[in-house]
Design a protein around this ligand. Structure first.
Ligand code: FMN
Length: 339
C-alpha cells in the first residue's frame, strides 16, 4: 500500500486490523467539527459469512516529501511502516506544497528551494528502505539513488506514454509528437487541483490546460473523489468541491476565491483514459487533462524523430541498463517486522 497526501499515520494500524479481519476506524477530517470528532469505520466481518481466509498484511510505504514527516510517521504511526517513497516536487501528479512562504513565478508556479530537499543521510537513520521519485527515471539517477542509500526509484512519467499505458492513444500520440518537435511544456499548476495541492499539467491544446477548452466546460461535480467534508449548520456532514458550480460551493459555506482556476480532475482524468462522461446535447463531452513530471521531454530517447510508440519493457531495460549489482528488495524490511 503506497499512500501520499496528508499524514497517513492511522493507516498502518488499519492494515494490521483488516489483515486480522478485525474492524477498524480512522478519524474523518470534517471542516467545522470544532471539538467533536467524526470517524470512518469498517468491519470486514459484516461482509463475510464463512470464516475468512488468512491474509498477509501488505507492506505500507507512505509517500513523503520531508524528513519531518518521515520522523513523525516512524514515531507515531499506529502500526508498522515498511519504508518510504520520497517524492521530489518534479514528479508527475500532485506535489507537496513548498515549505515556508508561498512564492509564485510569473506563470503562477509555486517555487521550491533548499528546504524542500529531503536529507537522505537523515533518512538512513530510520533504518527503513526508501525509494526516490521525481525525475529519477534514468540509469544515472538510479545509480545515484542506490549510492545515496536508496533501495531504488519510483518512476511514472516515462511509463505514461508506453503502449501499455491506459492514456488514450490519441493523447499519447499528441504528447509524443510534441516531444519530437521539442515543444514539451509542463506547468506546476498551483490552482488546478480542487485539493489545493500543486498539480503538474502538460500544456496541450484540446485539453483542460487550454483556456478555451476550460472556458467551455460547465461546472459539475458528479464523481466526487476529491471532495472535502464539512459540517452543515443542522449538524449533518455534507461534501463540497472547489471545482463544483461556484454558487453551490458558496452555499455550502465555501469561499468563492477558492474556486478560481480549479479544474474537475475527476472528470478530466477519466477522459484522459478514454472514458469521458457524455453530457446533454449541446454540451461538449468531458475534456482530458494530462499530468506528467518535469522530465517529460526525456521520452524522446524512446521515440527519436520517427517512432510512434515504445513499450514499458524498453523503459525498464533502459533504467536497468547501468546496473552493476542486484537491486535490494522489500524483503529487507522484514527485519523490522517486530518493531
Ligand atoms: C500520469 C501520472 C499519474 C499519477 N498519479 C498518481 C496518483 O494518483 N497518486 C500518486 O501518489 N502518485 C501519482 N503519480 C506520481 C507517481 O506515482 C510517481 O511518484 C511519479 O510519477 C515519479 O516521478 P516522475 O513523474 O518524474 O517519473 C502519477 C504520475 C503520473 C505520470
Amino acid at each position: 500500500v503506497l499512500m501520499g497526501a496528508g499524514i497517513p499515520k492511522e493507516i498502518p494500524g488499519v492494515l494490521d486490523r483488516f489483515a486480522a479481519h478485525e474492524p477498524a476506524q480512522i478519524k474523518f477530517e470534517v471542516e467545522g467539527m470544532g471539538s467533536d470528532t467524526a470517524y470512518l469505520s469498517f468491519d470486514p466481518r459484516v461482509h463475510s459469512e464463512k470464516p475468512p481466509v488468512a491474509v498477509k498484511r501488505p507492506y505500507f510505504l507512505p509517500i513523503i516529501a520531508s524528513n519531518s514527516l518521515a520522523t513523525m510517521l516512524t514515531r507515531k504511526a499506529t502500526g508498522r511502516v515498511d519504508g518510504f517513497v520520497i517524492e521530489a516536487p518534479t514528479a508527475g501528479g500532485h506535489n507537496a506544497p513548498p515549505r515556508g512562504e508561498l512564492v509564485l513565478n510569473e506563470r503562477g508556479e509555486p517555487q521550491y528551494g533548499e528546504r524542500d530537499v529531503v536529507d537522505l543521510e537523515k533518512m538512513k537513520e530510520h533504518g527503513l528502505p526508501f525509494w526516490l521519485a521525481g525525475s529519477a527515471g534514468s540509469p544515472e539517477a538510479l545509480a545515484q539513488a542506490l549510492d545515496a542509500g536508496a533501495a531504488g526509484i519510483q518512476v511514472g512519467t516515462l511509463f505514461a506514454y508506453t503502449e501499455e499505458s491506459g492514456i488514450s492513444p490519441k493523447l499519447k500520440q499528441d504528447v509524443i509528437r510534441q516531444a519530437q518537435e521539442d515543444r514539451i511544456d509542463v506547468l506546476t499548476d498551483g490552482r488546478a487541483s480542487p485539493t489545493g495541492f500543486p498539480f503538474k499539467v502538460v500544456q496541450i491544446g484540446g485539453t483542460m490546460s487550454d483556456p478555451s477548452t476550460y472556458g467551455k466546460r460547465e461546472r459539475v461535480c458528479d464523481l466526487g473523489y476529491l471532495r472535502e467534508a464539512y459540517r452543515r449548520q443542522d449538524g449533518r456532514i455534507d461534501y463540497r468541491c472547489a471545482a463544483e458550480p461556484v454558487d453551490t460551493y458558496v452555499k455550502k459555506g465555501g469561499v468563492a476565491e477558492n474556486t478560481e482556476g480549479r479544474k474537475c480532475l475527476c472528470n478530466a482524468l477519466f477522459a484522459t483514459i478514454g472514458q469521458p462522461q457524455v453530457r446533454k446535447s449541446g454540451l461538449p463531452e468531458e475534456a482530458p487533462l494530462i499530468t506528467s513530471g518535469d522530465a517529460l521531454k526525456n521520452i524522446r530517447r524512446f521515440i527519436g524523430s520517427d517512432r510512434a510508440g515504445y513499450t514499458a519493457g524498453e523503459v525498464i531495460d533502459y533504467l536497468m541498463s547501468g546496473l552493476k549489482r542486484a537491486m535490494p528488495t522489500l524483503q529487507r524490511s522484514e527485519q523490522h517486522a517486530g518493531r
